[in-house]
Design a protein around this ligand. Structure first.
Ligand code: SF4
Length: 332
């Protein structure tokens, strides 16, 4: 092996990856550990501040990775401009982009440098539970490509330290402590048997604070996340109204870049009686775009289980519903 083994920690700014980083530094020394953060462009400002704090307190530099979709966007522009397909879809609409939709999309479909926004414009939609492309394109692939470049270009073995705990979820209850992913690429999960209390204790024992987002929103990760609960939306609308303004702008841009002309960040949260096809398209989008969601989330009244995919309106991200699910340091 040309340059020895690289020990890398996929850092999200959350508690588990922070504790993992501290363990790695304790065991190997900070000069032998590389912390890597995949920036979705949809992070809470507190998370960026927390990375700066860790760098300052630990005397390290966090490698920040941002996926770049400009080449894919250029290809999509060519595809839209040249689209002459024949035929109709299941709803009877023409498959090809109309000239009006082409003009509208081409006016806005440019790389902005924000990975989350660019990916959604590229797809012409926001991610949903059924089409959760965000985790894969914004985190998993970014880290895997980075590891691959170190293995191939630098000829090193890479051990990725992951802050995965078996008692986090059913999906992770059989997580292995060590796993060979490919030649020269291993995952190591030193926290598999830890409890949440162990994690916070480890951070405190090192004289550090956890990300303040745990106090503010109860979780760290995309803000907002497509899995935000009704409680999350309420809380965020009160504490960070600028986030909702950003979502409103993004809905406008992604909608313009899409064939149908509309997009909703929380489209997967089907409000009662407003599944596609049950109401007119205009009513559907009005109810699901951010202002409709904010109105709905502000309303008191019984929680509708099926609206949000969680067991109850149980406050910030404590429910048993779907989660991001990335092991690469995404949301915790
Ligand atoms: S935190 Fe939520 S929005 Fe962000 S990548 Fe994960 S599922 Fe997608």
């Amino acid at each position: 092996m040309k340059n020895g083994t690289l020990h890398m920690v996929g850092l999200s700014g959350g508690k588990d990856s922070t504790a993992t980083l501290l363990l790695a530094i304790d065991r190997l020394g900070k000069e032998n550990v590389r912390a890597v953060f995949a920036d979705t462009g949809n992070e809470h400002p507190e998370t960026y501040a927390y990375l700066d704090y860790l760098e300052h307190m630990l005397g390290i530099q966090v490698v920040r990775l941002r996926p770049d979709f400009s080449a894919e966007i250029t290809n999509k522009r060519m595809f839209i401009a040249r689209d002459r397909r024949a035929g109709r879809d299941k709803r009877g609409d023409k498959i090809r982009w109309s000239n009006k939709a082409k003009r509208r999309a081409l006016a806005v479909l440019q790389s902005t440098g924000n990975p989350f926004l660019d990916l959604c414009m590229l797809k012409g939609r926001f991610p949903t539970n059924r089409a959760r492309f965000c985790t894969e394109w914004l985190k998993r692939d970014v880290i895997v490509e980075y590891v691959d470049s170190v293995v191939q270009d630098e000829g090193r073995t890479v051990v990725v330290w992951q802050g995965v705990r078996r008692n986090e979820s059913d999906k992770r209850k059989h997580a292995k402590k060590i796993e060979r992913v490919a030649k020269g690429y291993y995952n190591f999960r030193p926290l598999v048997d830890w409890t949440i209390e162990d994690v916070f204790r480890c951070i405190a024992d090192h004289g550090l604070s956890a990300n303040p987002l745990y106090q503010m929103l109860g979780r760290v990760g995309c803000t907002p996340c497509i899995y935000a609960t009704k409680g999350d939306v309420r809380l965020l609308a009160g504490s960070n109204p600028e986030v909702m303004d950003r979502v409103r702008n993004w809905e406008g841009q992604v909608g313009q870049a899409s064939k149908k002309g509309f997009a909703a960040f929380f489209q997967g949260k089907e409000l009662a009686g407003t599944k596609p096809g049950e109401v007119s398209d205009l009513v559907f989008w009005e109810r699901h775009q951010i202002d409709g969601i904010l109105k709905w989330a502000a309303k008191e009244g019984p929680f509708l289980r099926e609206d949000w995919g969680r067991a109850a309106d149980d406050g910030p991200s404590q429910g048993a519903g779907p989660r991001c699910g990335s092991e690469m340091g995404l949301c915790e």
